[in-house]
Each structure stands twice: as structure tokens, then as C-alpha cells.
Design a protein around this ligand. Sequence first.
Ligand SMILES: Nc1ncnc2c1ncn2[C@@H]1O[C@H](COP(=O)(O)OP(=O)(O)OP(=O)(O)O)[C@@H](O)[C@H]1O
Ligand SMILES: Nc1ncnc2c1ncn2[C@@H]1O[C@H](COP(=O)(O)OP(=O)(O)OP(=O)(O)O)[C@@H](O)[C@H]1O
Ligand SMILES: [Mg+2]
Ligand SMILES: [Mg+2]
Lengths: 255, 255
Amino acid sequence: MATKIVVASQKGGVGKTTVCLNLALALAERGKRTLLVDLDPQGGIGHSLAKGDADLVGLADLLAGAATREEAVLQTKLPALSILPRGRLDPCDVCEYEQTLHSPGVLEGAIASCATGFDLVMMDTPSGLGMPTRAGMRVADFVLLPVQAEPLAIRTLSQILRVMTRVAEEENPRLRLLGILPTMVEKQKDPSLQSLIDVWTDFAGVLEAVIPRADVFAEASSKGLPIGYLGGAVSQEARRFEHLAGEILDLLTSL
Amino acid sequence: MATKIVVASQKGGVGKTTVCLNLALALAERGKRTLLVDLDPQGGIGHSLAKGDADLVGLADLLAGAATREEAVLQTKLPALSILPRGRLDPCDVCEYEQTLHSPGVLEGAIASCATGFDLVMMDTPSGLGMPTRAGMRVADFVLLPVQAEPLAIRTLSQILRVMTRVAEEENPRLRLLGILPTMVEKQKDPSLQSLIDVWTDFAGVLEAVIPRADVFAEASSKGLPIGYLGGAVSQEARRFEHLAGEILDLLTSL
Ligand SMILES: Nc1ncnc2c1ncn2[C@@H]1O[C@H](COP(=O)(O)OP(=O)(O)OP(=O)(O)O)[C@@H](O)[C@H]1O
Ligand SMILES: Nc1ncnc2c1ncn2[C@@H]1O[C@H](COP(=O)(O)OP(=O)(O)OP(=O)(O)O)[C@@H](O)[C@H]1O
Ligand SMILES: [Mg+2]
Ligand SMILES: [Mg+2]
């Protein structure tokens, strides 16, 4: 039975999709058979891999009965990494799609049918505490919370922790916090450094790993690649995700 | 009858709330009686003004019949600027709240009752194309689209434009594009500059104004102030919002 991790944040643009892509890659490189699922109606996973997301078959097709698991799950160049992209979705249908994802048993069924043969399932979500995120929490075993090192993101962190607790109490008793991951940290800038200190002092479960703000991420986005595939001098940031993968795997065995 | 502007973006963290706060301030300083409404269940407007959003009465209370218009609409220090914050909302109730906002006539009624006496109503939204954003588009006369100068945000811009067109055709014939506003632009960094050039060449309706990435925004966030209130040397960024306000007012009279 695959271990399922949902990556969530109420605040937008904190690096959820970037963490999902690069962490899934690093976990697969360690030999963990990993399925990366895109629960975001925006389709960030497909867009990030510059596959022209509009054409990729995926979860939306699976839920509509318009594709089989074999058609929807995409094998990447890395044998241990597969992707279930958002799929073909008219942006005008997002409200209905969110309600479908949130319907009892729907996402559970789709993930169960796709997760066979994988060690880990990682689910990217849209920002907010709406239906895709609630559905992801219902299905997951663990929640990973990227938090941008800036004041607005920290002010809303307690809101998502409260929702996680409620889901664990009422809908999914397996659900636990995997960790809080500081992202886009600029230690040389005071508001960012102060925010990082606030997270360390005010919250439990903060990971050792810290993801700094780095230009290589924008470069990778523009090329449609995870940073690990950029080659050359990026190894420092890619190594950071290797360390994060190690920390995550240690936590999964100890929690 | 107040002119209603909804500020929306499918991508998260692009500067919607920051633009709303600083633009509403600049419009009010030009004597336009402005009401800033927070349609984001995250409550970014209240959090940005460090009012301890959890306690502020606002839209959620109004819709629940737990507050009157007089209690929910907050007069700021600036006579021409008032705010309708998110209001008291349990983060566990976000899914239900989004459905309430999206129910036919609900937001229309709330805005109509609060907009009396204002020249402009500006609505901040959560990222995505879900129910709060669709409700905002149904109510609004114009859509303002902040777009971060980075590849992922540009790849999804055509999705929100498509939704805007659909809402104008089927739900709200008044709805038009006010403009596309490039944000967090770093002209000295190639992926950002390239993204800005892509927006200028690929899309119509791009505003003259460009909001650069600037540390003063993080500083303002940590102090819970719009940049115009920071005082001192920030006048360059605050002036930029004054120019933006001028451009917006010209467009509103000419469109
Ligand atoms: N550590 C980082 N340093 C610099 N830029 C980053 C970093 N992580 C992500 N980015 C960039 O920031 C932008 C937002 O990141 P990303 O799309 O991963 O965030 P998100 O939380 O998934 O956003 P959304 O709320 O839209 O889903 C992207 O352009 C990405 O390349
Ligand atoms: N031009 C800018 N330069 C630098 N930082 C900025 C700029 N505009 C906004 N920010 C910062 O970026 C972060 C995100 O901005 P903001 O919260 O306004 O985005 P948003 O689109 O409203 O996010 P969400 O998707 O969560 O609603 C905040 O910390 C803010 O201070
Ligand atoms: Mg994302
Ligand atoms: Mg916001």
C-alpha cells in the first residue's frame, strides 16, 4: 500500500508545485517508486514540465471515464517516477470539477486504482482550503506544508493546521503532519529571516531542510524542467532536495 | 452606481492582495470613494493590515446575517477608503463558504447593499478559477489581471481570459477586461524579462504600468501597512501605484 502525501498551503505562490516536482524526482532517484498527482485545476505539474498541459490526458479524464489508468498515468524518463497530470479540463468547468473531486469516495477510488505498484504518492494542490485540498487531505496519510518565509504566509499557517486536525478527527484518522517546510527563504533580508525565525519558534514539526529563494527555479520553470535536470552548476539546489528526500524518508519510517 | 472591479489570477502569490491594497489607497487619495472587498476565504486584506483578521467582522458575518452593513464595512484613516474584510470564518468551513458566495444573487445582494455611496468597489479574490472568483466576475464590471513575470503564470493566463469571456457571454454582459498588470518584474533577470516581453507580445490589454519586485513590499507586509503608509524613502513604489491609479481612472472613462 503506497504512502500518500498531500502538499498543501492556504497561501498562493509559496512553491508547492516546485517542491512537488523536485522532491518527487529526488525520492525516485533514491529508488522509491513515486506517483506525482496533480489535484490543482490549474494543471501546474503539466505546465511545469512544458508538456503543453492542455493536451495531456490525466485525472480529469479518469474521473470522467474518458481514459483508463494506463492512459492517464505518464511514465517519465526516470523509471521510478510517474505522473498523473490534471488532464483535459475546460477552465470554465473548474467549479464543477472541484465539486467532483470533493465528492465522497471519488478521489479515493481514483488514487487507489492508480497507486498500485508505487511506494509513494505525492499530491500537489491549489492554494487555499477549498475542495481539492480537503479531498487530498481525506485521501492522504501525511500533510507536507511549504511555508514561504514572509509574514502573510505565516499568519495563515495556523488556519491550515486547524483544518488538518479537523480532517484527522472527523474524516481520516490516519492523517498526520509530515512537516512544515520553509521556502523562498532569503536569510540576508530581514523580513524573510525574521519570518523564518517566527516559524521555528512558533510551530512544531518544522523540517530541518530550508529551501532558499534561488534564481535557478525561475530558469528551470522557463525551460519546463525540474532543477535536477538542468545539469551543470545547479547541483547545490538539487542537492538540497536530495537532503529533503532523505529527511522525509527518515520521518516516514519514524512517524 | 459604483464601478466594480474584480482582481483575479489563476496563479497564486502573484501580488493580487498587494495590488488591491495599494491601488485602493491610491484611488482614494485621488478622491474616489473606494470600497475594498475581500472575497478570499484566507482573509488576506485583514491579515495585510495586521488587524488580527480573526476578529474583524466582515462579509462572512454579513452573509450569515450576523452583522449589518454598518458593522461590516470598516472606515479607514483615509476618509475615501473603506474596507469590507472577509469576516469571521472557521477555516474548516471554507468549502461551504465558497458555495454560499457562489450561490446566485448572494454576492450581488451583499455588494449592492454595501456599495451605496462609493464610486469604486474593488474585490480581492483567492487564486484559481473556483467559486469566489466566478462569483466576483458575475458581480463586476471590470477584471484586473495581475500576472507575475514568470513562465508558469503566463502559461495559465489564457485560461482565466477564457473564463472571463464565458462569464461575459453567459452570466454578466457588462464584464470587460480592465487590463493585464505585470507584477514582480525583475528586468535585470533574464527569465523575468523574457516573461514580460512574452506578455507584451502575446496579449492585448496589457497596462502601461509595471510593478517591479521590490523589498519594500515584504517590509510593508511585516508591518501590516500598505507601502504608501510606510513613510520615508518608499515614495518611488508608492508613486508607481499613483501612476497605476491614474491609468486605471483614464481607462474607466474611456472603455
Ligand atoms: N525556492 C524558490 N526560489 C525562487 N523561486 C521559486 C522557488 N520556488 C518556486 N519558485 C518560483 O516561484 C513561482 C511560484 O512557485 P510555484 O508555482 O511552485 O508555487 P505554488 O505554491 O505551486 O503556486 P500556486 O499557488 O499557483 O499553486 C514559480 O515561478 C517558481 O519558479
Ligand atoms: N512587487 C512585489 N515585489 C516584492 N514582493 C511582493 C510584490 N508584490 C507582492 N509581494 C510579496 O509577495 C507575497 C505575495 O503577495 P500577495 O499576497 O499580494 O499575492 P496574492 O496573489 O494575493 O497571493 P494569494 O494567491 O495567496 O492570494 C507577499 O509577501 C507580498 O508582500
Ligand atoms: Mg502550484
Ligand atoms: Mg491574496
